[in-house]
Design a protein around this ligand. Structure first.
Ligand code: ARG
Length: 276
């Protein structure tokens, strides 16, 4: 499906937040069941397995200190979206997560990056994905559950890249990063039925060679993966998708994140990419 590119497998810079205060205390997506138990120690151990996997692949992982009272803060992908050292900050849909945005903005300001404070509701890399090659950089943006389409327009103005708006229609796939993933500079994989009919047609036109995942792959959080263009880190339950990725020339690395699935997220949700 894909030819090797010079950037494939190169070290990347990520941000993660340890699940020190992780819990399922409220339900803001269909995966969350506050009445079911969560094992906090196991969550931390699984999260660390993901961190070690990324480090072992040669990537850098910054840590965002966890803050008490913010049980979803482990899903660091939702805190911002950055391209070329400019950061478009998050503004969370649900009040329970709203204070997380400040923790992320503090982090980027300390790094010295340009931080753009959003006035539009958006959940960072949960709903924004970046393809560096097509048209000098293209941003795919999800809406329908969390991010306001006004944020898509603001991102286009702020980050000076074309933004393609895609409508999500299935509540189980409430963020773009649960239904679509960027595998390398120009290839994606996605689960078509997570999108409206019109958005499916747009995806087919833009990515005629995309790897199409099925509902079982998507429900196993298989698309919620982190790829450096060569190595693909994904949830251990998504073995069928892992096999297909391997057949397409990628190297899958499976990680177990069962506790964090109880909050409605997996690998990608826990990892924000810092594009400097
Ligand atoms: N419980 C969190 C929420 O509903 C999970 C976020 C998952 N993050 C992601 N990037 N999909 O907001």
């Amino acid at each position: 499906m894909t030819d090797a590119r010079a950037t494939d497998g190169l070290p990347r810079v990520y941000l993660m937040c340890p699940p020190e205060h992780f819990a399922v205390e409220y339900a803001i997506n269909p995966w969350m069941h506050p009445e079911l138990p969560v094992d906090p120690e196991l969550a931390l151990k699984q999260w660390d397995g993901l961190r070690q996997t990324l480090l072992g692949l040669g990537h850098q992982v910054h840590l965002l200190p966890a803050r008490p009272g913010l049980p979803d803060m482990v899903y660091a992908a939702n805190g911002a979206f950055s391209v070329d050292g400019t950061v478009y900050g998050a503004r969370f849909t649900h009040p329970q997560r709203a204070p997380e945005a400040a923790a992320h903005s503090d982090f980027y300001r300390q790094l010295g990056w340009r931080y753009v404070r959003p006035t539009e509701t958006n959940e960072g890399e949960g709903d924004f994905a970046y393809l560096p090659v097509a048209y000098g950089g293209t941003i795919l943006a999800g809406y329908g559950f969390r991010t306001d389409p006004d944020a898509h327009r603001r991102v286009q103005e702020t980050l000076s890249r074309p933004v393609v708006s895609l409508r999500l229609v299935d509540p189980y796939f409430y963020h773009l990063d649960t239904a679509l993933t960027v595998l390398d500079d120009e290839n994606v994989a996605y689960y078509p039925d997570a999108f409206s009919a019109g958005s499916q047609r747009v995806l087919r036109q833009l990515f005629p060679d995309a790897l199409l995942a099925d509902r079982a792959d998507a429900l196993a959080f298989g698309l919620n993966l982190v790829s450096d263009g060569r190595n693909v880190v994904l949830n251990s339950g998504a073995t069928a998708l892992a096999d297909r990725l391997a057949a397409a020339g990628y190297r899958p690395h499976l990680v177990e994140l069962g506790e964090l699935h109880k909050g409605g997220g997996s690998v990608k949700c826990c990892v924000a990419e810092l594009r400097g």
